[in-house]
Design a protein around this ligand. Structure first.
Ligand code: ZN
Length: 286
């Protein structure tokens, strides 16, 4: 695996933003989940809460930051339902309780109709596209960006024109997604927002958002062309793992299942566009 930029456990990124690592590094979470404490007053917004299995360690870090700042958390906004962003929510609430602070109001965009929400995290309010969550010094505008998951939302800090991108854009490596069609639309949506900086859910700050987002769009278009080339060059139909083994031969095997999900998404998109055919889970050029 290529080496990742070292990220300190706690970093002040601007007069309004402190980044606290979720203490959960791994192949999918890179250096761990970035959580961000935003605002300037005694009531702040926390964006994402890290994972449950490292929430004890994370809550200690967060507690030390809150004490030093003389602040508490008014709103906890979760970018999407995945465990490494939402799993730490109960630990954050327990921390606030132990500090004799009011519990935070937890916000999240709802998942698509028909998708079950996680049973353990029912206690949150529904975000709406365009909704602003505000505290002293910070107004965060919700930008619904489905694709990685159906409930994914980015948050634009209007005072700094900075975008908290969750898993829609990562600081390093490329993001995975559930629905490529929606994901590509979301990339174009955040490109139109015209942010000056991106604070991703994983990895370092992105200082040139527009070229990064364009690179993501180009990367997907290139992958799509590669898949079409592969299918064209093959005589007979093939399964998803044939494509993964060929295209991701230089990638860590542990990441192949995630790569297979990506390849499958491309195939579904191409199938929708009638550019390929699928019979008994085998794919070929029509
Ligand atoms: Zn995620």
């Amino acid at each position: 695996m290529t080496s990742l930029t070292a990220i300190p456990l706690i970093s002040r990124l601007s007069s309004k933003i402190i980044r606290i690592l979720g203490c959960n590094p791994g192949p999918m979470t890179l250096q761990g989940t970035n959580t961000y404490l935003v605002g300037t007053g005694c009531k702040r917004v926390l964006i994402d809460a890290g994972d449950e299995h490292t929430s004890g360690e994370y809550a200690k870090l967060l507690g030390s930051v809150l004490s030093e700042e003389g602040a508490t958390i008014e709103h906890l906004v979760v970018t999407h339902w995945h465990h490494d962003h939402m799993g730490g929510v109960p630990a954050v609430q327990r921390l606030l309780e132990s500090m004799e602070s009011r519990l935070a109001t937890v916000w999240k965009y709802p998942r698509a109709t028909g998708e079950a929400e996680e049973d353990t995290h029912r206690d949150w309010r529904q975000l709406e596209d365009g909704q602003v969550v505000a505290v002293e010094g910070a107004s965060l505008r919700t930008v619904h960006t489905p694709g990685h998951t159906t409930d994914h939302a980015c948050l634009l800090l209007e005072e700094e024109q900075a975008l908290f991108s969750g898993d829609c854009i990562l600081g390093e490596t490329s993001a995975v997604f559930e629905d490529l069609h929606d994901y590509m639309l979301s990339l174009r949506k955040i490109l139109a927002v015209g942010s000056a900086l991106i604070y991703p859910g994983h990895g370092p700050v992105v200082s040139d958002p527009n070229s990064k987002i364009r690179a993501y769009i180009d990367h997907r278009s290139k992958r799509e062309a590669e898949i079409l080339d592969f299918l064209t060059s093959r005589r007979g139909p093939c399964v998803v793992m044939d494509i993964v083994e060929s295209m991701y031969k230089d990638t860590l095997r542990a990441l192949w299942p995630a790569a297979a999900v990506n390849v499958n998404n491309h195939l579904m998109k191409l199938l929708k566009e009638n550019r390929i055919v699928c019979e008994n889970d085998k794919w070929s050029i029509g």
